[in-house]
Design a protein around this ligand. Structure first.
Ligand SMILES: [Zn+2]
Length: 367
């Protein structure tokens, strides 16, 4: 089978959607991969592939290439934005919380948009293994109770985590196993619509993880091998900036798969895959980015891909650059609406992302 024919094979929208649902329904806030580790290992074991983990919790799957003299990395981060417990509202501290009520002070893990998260349900993953349900609540939580309920900012100084249960003081919370340093996962709130749109809090970056699983599925079904050895990487610290900062020896290219953007600067909608030419820290590698553009020209629907210069945004490939890794870096991924809130994309964007991933892995556009 030639390279073009497999890369043009239509990915399975149902497979991508089912995989995305499984991934988003498994908690994996920044720095917490306890639950998603066995899920990922099980997914790849189904293809006869072993998964390994480095010391900072990045997972790897190695795909043998037709040419093993080189190794490239394709990464998609497992972590989602979340929260970490920083303390208890015991009254009398700097925040001047009126009465101790057992609610928890939190700090964001990644760029939480608190306006989008008010009232959302969460799971507190305690250090002792307990999992406690909670809600993110504004201090002025009810329009019927507080005259300024609509006016106070939705931020860390005005929002707390409220346990869903009979918790009235710090001791009640501690009795459940909650301590400082407990990590909080936000409910994924996954919804699939008949017209192909998908809404969930964690499309970033599990849509891209699903596309990489889709790539493995396609290679498995066709028996095709990547052009060169390809290391799939799944970091757990992207949302705080350093997921891809460690690059294993032997890797000379790092291509991050991550969400792309909608807004005034972007010629995209939710059906698109975007090639990221630059982000908040500057441009990616010129030639490798052109390779991805060439791949998109050859395999993507003409009106379903674009080139982006992404502000207020970065990826694991840029983290590799910033840490001094000697690699060529580039990035691409599915367009996403309402990022870091209840995110929205269309299954078309996942299909195009898998197409582009497949084309790049098979070595299209390189010569
Ligand atoms: Zn991301």
């Amino acid at each position: 089978m030639d390279k073009l024919s497999i890369a043009s094979t239509a990915p399975s929208a149902d497979f991508l959607t089912d995989t995305l649902r499984r991934l988003v329904e498994c908690d994996s806030p920044v720095g917490y991969n306890v639950d998603i580790k066995p899920l990922m290992e099980g997914i790849f074991r189904g293809y006869g592939l072993d998964m390994t983990w480095d010391r900072k919790g990045t997972g790897y799957v190695r795909l043998e290439g037709r040419d093993s003299s080189r190794c490239v990395c394709m990464g998609a981060h497992l972590d989602t934005i979340g929260l970490i417990v920083r303390g208890f509202n015991t009254g009398g501290h700097a925040r001047d919380y009126p009465e101790p009520d057992g609610s928890l002070r939190v700090r964001q893990l990644g760029g939480m948009n608190y306006s989008s998260a008010e009232g959302c349900t969460c799971r507190i993953h305690c250090r002792n293994g307990n999992v406690v349900p909670a809600q993110l609540i504004c201090d002025k939580h009810s329009v019927h109770s507080f005259v300024d309920a609509r006016a106070v900012p939705r931020d860390e100084d005005h929002m707390s985590l409220s346990v869903i249960g009979d918790v009235h003081c710090m001791e009640d919370a501690k009795d459940l196993g909650i301590t400082q340093g407990a990590i909080v996962a936000v409910d994924p709130e996954f919804e699939l619509f008949d017209n192909g749109y998908i809404v969930s809090r964690h499309i970033d970056d599990k849509a891209a993880v699903a596309a990489l699983v889709g790539l493995v599925d396609q290679l498995s079904r066709t028996g095709e091998r990547p052009a060169v050895d390809t290391l799939l990487a799944f970091p757990i610290y992207e949302e705080i900036g350093h997921g891809g900062s460690y690059v294993p020896d032997g890797v000379d290219e790092y291509v991050a798969l991550d969400i792309t953007l909608l807004g005034p600067d972007y010629d995209a909608d939710e059906h698109h895959v975007g090639v990221i030419a630059a982000d908040a820290h500057g441009p990616y590698d010129w030639a490798l980015t052109n390779t991805l553009i060439s791949c998109a020209e050859q395999v993507c629907e003409p009106d379903r891909w674009d080139i982006q210069s992404c502000f207020h945004y970065s990826t694991d490939a840029m983290a590799a650059y910033k840490s001094g890794a000697d690699v060529y870096a580039a990035a691409f991924g599915p367009a996403c609406m309402n990022t870091h809130g209840r995110e929205r994309c269309h299954i078309d964007a996942l299909v195009e992302t898998e197409r582009l991933a497949c084309a790049y892995a098979l070595g299209m556009g390189r010569d």
